[in-house]
Design a protein around this ligand. Structure first.
Ligand SMILES: [Zn+2]
Length: 217
């Protein structure tokens, strides 16, 4: 669950409305993960305290959505329903039902000390693709499947991002979406963007808020 007392410098911004998927533009919406229209239509008969907590789950669901953690989105939707906002939960689920039911392009299973990884063959840069697998220390290849030592998780993830960015996978924790190799600026945390821009995180946060407000005016 997100912590609203955390410094805004470390809080990630939501890029798209968790209900309708449209890009979020105003400062309040990027902090909440839901746009003004969907917020309005999601009003229900719950008390302010419950609303406050529900808002945090909406935000978490929006961040999970943009990071491709579909199972987490569904889990947050269930919590939102349990808090008395069934209409809102159903709308969130509707947007992701297709993704959560689709076949994963990539499957990862744990087998002893290895990940058993099944991917489609990457056409185009065939040699780079094969070389990338071969570079992973301890990798084995059997029955058209790659076996990667669990200790090489980070290397495996980098390979998947390089060759399968945007595709869906199913792993031990459920369905996930592999992010594109280069994160878009709006998907980075304030700290990452501040670093990229050579600025102090606090200054950058203020600067970006001001820009959004100007864009709205
Ligand atoms: Zn919306």
């Amino acid at each position: 669950m997100s912590d609203y007392t955390a410094a805004p410098a470390t809080k990630m911004l939501a890029t798209n409305c968790v209900v309708c998927g449209r890009p979020l533009v105003d400062a309040r919406s990027v902090e909440m993960g839901i746009g003004p229209e969907c917020r309005e239509s999601a009003k229900g008969g719950i008390d302010d305290g419950t609303r406050q907590v529900a808002n945090e789950y909406v935000y978490d669901a929006a961040i999970a959505a943009q990071e491709g953690r579909i199972e987490d989105v569904m889990r947050h939707a269930q919590t939102i329903e349990d808090m008395g906002l069934k209409g809102l939960a159903d709308k969130i689920r509707r947007r992701f039902r297709k993704a959560s039911e689709r076949e994963a392009d990539i499957t990862i299973e744990v087998e002893g000390a290895y990940y058993k990884v099944k991917t489609p063959f990457r056409r185009g840069d065939k040699e780079a693709f094969i070389a990338a697998w071969r570079r992973i220390p301890g990798r084995r290849y059997r029955n058209r499947l790659n076996y990667i030592p669990v200790a090489q998780k980070t290397v495996l993830w980098a390979l998947l991002r390089e060759f399968f960015g945007g595709k869906y996978g199913r792993g031990p924790k459920g369905l996930f979406r592999i992010p594109k190799p280069e994160p878009k600026p709006e998907q980075m945390t304030f700290e990452q963007r501040a670093e990229a821009a050579g600025q102090n995180p606090g200054n950058l946060a203020e600067y970006e808020m001001a820009q959004r407000e100007m864009a709205q005016a």
